[in-house]
Ligand binder design. Structure first.
Ligand code: ADP
Length: 207
């Protein structure tokens, strides 16, 4: 049965006007930078689960203490924690024009939980935008970032681990979103401005 027909007019309007995007891709691809710019430009809420978790660690909250070691190893924090974190974060922005999800979902379970959450709140994901960068460029960027930003979660061993985990757990989501017909790949090489322009074209359906 089509759920759309059961929705109220208000719900239908909301589903049409809200803009929810997922920024997808391996570590180092530039998701964070572009997600922040896109969110600012389209007046959407940028939800970076990595940033939220790092802030929890900095503030030494219970959650921060729980995830610290897992993150330091470059492994994934548990789905249950992430799903709860995401629901809490989104519920703080009830009237938002939309969200840019950056770093979430990273597993099939998270993707399904996001779908359920969207459905419950009469929303949908408009597009899953994957930034695409060749593997050797990715590694170069990650190593540079570790040096420049002193990100303690980015030693060479941890970087390799994060790439393997991406391949095993997150990459399979590409098929999940392709089947839904909302997956779009965008080249992530070029200046930040170039990539941003390509993203705007995709978001505005001009590609
Ligand atoms: P990057 O931008 O380099 O891909 P993030 O800043 O998004 O990395 O995330 C850093 C770390 O935070 C991850 O390696 C993982 O330990 C944890 N994390 C962030 N988002 C998730 C998620 N959706 N599921 C599980 N763990 C996550």
């Amino acid at each position: 049965m089509c759920h759309c027909e059961e929705r109220s007019d208000a719900a239908k309007r909301k589903i049409e006007t809200m803009l929810n995007l997922i920024f997808f891709g391996p570590p180092g691809v530039g998701k964070g930078t572009q997600a922040a710019r896109v969110a600012k430009f389209y007046k959407l809420i940028h939800v970076s689960t990595g940033d939220i978790l790092r802030e929890e660690i900095r503030l030494k909250t219970d959650l921060g203490m729980k995830v610290k070691d897992v993150m330091a190893r470059g492994e994934l924090v548990s789905d249950d924690l992430l799903i709860e974190l995401l629901e809490n974060t989104c519920s703080k922005h009830k009237g938002a024009k939309g969200f840019v999800f950056d770093g979430f979902p990273r597993t099939l379970r998270q993707a399904e939980a996001l779908d359920e959450m969207m459905n419950r709140q009469d929303c949908k994901v408009a597009k899953v935008i994957a930034l695409e960068v060749p593997a050797e460029e990715l590694l170069r960027r990650l190593v540079n970032r570790a040096i420049e930003q002193g990100r303690t979660d980015d030693t060479v061993e941890v970087i390799k681990n994060r790439l393997i985990i991406y391949r095993n757990y997150t990459q399979p989501l590409i098929e999940f979103y392709k089947k839904k017909g909302i997956f779009v790949g965008v080249p992530g090489v070029g200046t930040i401005e170039d990539v941003f322009a390509s993203l705007c074209n995709v978001i505005d359906n001009r590609y």
